[in-house]
Design a binder for this molecule. Structure first.
Ligand code: B12
Ligand code: SF4
Length: 474
């Protein structure tokens, strides 16, 4: 049978969907990816022979968009089966009670979706598929999870042809994951929640074989050479022995420029040198906040500032570009924490300081605490511009949301600090969005992602779209 995936952010390689598509195809089904707009979805569903299944992958910020789409599809194309998977339904399965959502998938989806498609094609009942919760007229069937796929090499490679443009990569970036999971316990991340969901005995980190990853990149490269390989692993270079073998092979057989995430605790001069000689151009590293107590107690990260600055120095000394990942607008943080975070980024010599607002995503420890304290914003915002915490004092909300847009500039231009301090108090949400996007786009093109003229051009198109959206939405 044919499965229709509707995707909101069509310009981003989405490894989850691409792998699900590949799994369906391997099992003899077909799948199409269309933009998550009612007309495109209807057109696609009209052409489907046999049972119609609409598959949606929902992070929390996109939930409202997908629920609205599901409701419309239900009304206009009755009989369409609709399934929602991804981080939000995994950790907030009660979303199944929403109109339009018949099924949700919790956790890893390849086995579940293939089994669902098999059963629909055979006209069999679907209420007992492991990983799925299924709503019928009487009740919600809450099925147990199937075990995690232990050997990731058994999964098919992501289908790189499934997106409508037919392009293999977005802006020349090829996204790859060499592993799934992470054994750490950061309070704002879904990984600890995933471990709790699967229970004791489930592996907290699974790594692919070196061969499998190298062959996947080579196969993609034969179709189109990527300008940059983006390793999206939650924890790249988790094992020293695996990493040494992998980088050796990568250097000898591929040598393509690449990007990866590291934790400061992982960085050593020899790792940095190996990364560099294998082709790494940019490392992205979580600094989080300059307040060590907050970092430890509230965010669950134990690195000290001294260690972070040292790790950053090692990365820079190896000739790699460094992106600092920061969390600003932490409710209850002492005044000036975010300005101290700007100073920490300067001490690290980051090439770009990315800032996100602390967000309580379902399943995380931060969510649990915020809910208990009655600090969750109602309704949950649908864009990353707004804080998802309830602030008793609106001035604190304003300062948090403004700082998310100004941190990069505060790091780059320390002389602006007095002005930035002032701007934090002014209601400037919308005017600051283009300022933020222009700075982010500029540093992405000139410092972090060497994508060549084609990449710069399509990056400019992407940022033009983001600018339009930022100015038009709340
Ligand atoms: C790469 C990445 C990005 C990339 C690309 C995102 C993308 N669309 O692919 C970029 C940088 C753009 C990004 C941005 C953001 N991200 Co992000 N990102 C990731 C990351 C590291 C990997 C995603 C991935 O490819 N995973 C691998 C695939 C195989 O897993 P998967 O997507 O979960 O899919 C599997 C299952 O969930 C399930 N499944 C998924 N969809 C469906 C659908 C159906 C129908 C079925 C049956 C099953 C199913 O089956 C899949 C295969 O097993 C994850 C962390 C993680 N490990 O997943 C965070 C993660 C998804 N991101 C997260 C967040 C918060 C964000 C941002 C909001 C950050 C910010 N403040 O700006 C933004 C906006 C996201 C958005 N609107 O889409 C959170 C989401 C939490 C939540 N509840 O929503 C995660 C989980 C990080 C975390 N540790 O908490 N992100
Ligand atoms: S934030 Fe990073 S290091 Fe922490 S648990 Fe999540 S993936 Fe692991």
């Amino acid at each position: 049978m044919e499965v229709t995936f509707a995707v909101r952010h069509i310009g981003v390689e989405h490894l989850g969907i691409m792998t699900l598509v590949a799994a369906l195809k391997r099992a003899g089904h077909s799948a199409r990816v269309v933009p998550a707009k009612i007309r495109a979805v209807e057109r696609c569903l009209e052409g489907v022979q046999g049972p119609r299944l609409l598959a949606l992958s929902a992070p929390t910020l996109d939930l409202e968009h997908y629920l609205a789409l599901a409701r419309r599809v239900c009304t206009r194309r009755p009989g369409t089966r609709i399934i929602l998977g991804g981080p939000h339904p995994t950790f907030a399965p009660e979303v199944i009670r929403e109109d339009g959502v018949e099924m949700i998938c919790r956790g890893e989806g390849e086995g579940a979706l293939v089994e669902l498609a098999d059963r629909l094609q055979a006209g069999a009942a679907v209420t007992s598929v492991p990983n799925l919760w299924v709503k019928d007229d009487l009740r919600v069937h809450e099925n147990p999870l199937r075990p995690l796929v232990e050997d990731l090499d058994r999964l098919p490679w992501p289908d790189r042809e499934c997106f409508p443009s037919g392009e293999t990569f977005t802006r020349g970036k090829m996204h790859v994951m060499t592993s799934r999971g992470c054994p750490h316990a950061c309070a704002y991340c879904v990984n600890p929640a995933l471990r709790a969901l699967y229970g004791e005995g489930a592996p907290s980190l699974r790594q692919r074989g070196v061969d499998d990853v190298i062959e996947e990149i080579k196969a993609a490269e034969r179709r189109r050479r990527p300008a940059l390989v983006m390793f999206e692993d939650d924890l790249f270079a988790a094992s020293a022995a695996w990493t040494a073998r992998f980088l050796e092979r990568y250097r000898a057989e591929l040598g393509l420029p690449f990007f990866c995430y590291l934790r400061p605790e992982q960085v050593t001069p020899s790792l940095a040198a190996d990364l560099r000689s294998a082709g790494c151009v940019t490392v992205s590293m979580g600094l989080e906040t300059a307040d060590e107590d907050l970092r430890r107690a509230l965010l669950g990260r134990t690195a000290e500032n001294r260690q972070i600055v040292q790790a950053a120095g090692v990365v820079k000394a190896a000739g790699l570009a460094l992106e600092g990942l920061n969390i600003v607008g932490i409710p209850g943080a002492p005044p000036d924490t975010d300005l101290a975070t700007a100073r920490l980024n300067r001490a690290c010599g980051v090439d770009y300081a990315a800032a996100k607002l602390l967000a309580p995503y379902p399943g995380t420890e931060v969510y649990r605490r915020a809910r208990e304290a009655g600090e969750l914003a109602e309704p949950f915002p649908t864009s990353g511009w707004r804080s998802s915490f309830h602030f008793a004092d609106p001035r604190q909300r304003r300062a948090a949301e403004n700082m998310r847009k100004l941190l990069g500039l505060a790091v780059e231009f320390p002389r602006l600090s007095p002005l930035i301090r002032l701007l934090l108090r002014v209601p400037l949400d919308r005017p600051l969005r283009p300022v933020f996007l222009l700075w982010e786009g500029y540093t992405a093109a000139t410092r972090l992602y060497p994508l060549g003229p084609e990449g710069v051009l399509s990056g400019a198109r992407k940022y033009a779209g983001l600018l339009r959206a930022a100015l038009g939405r709340s």
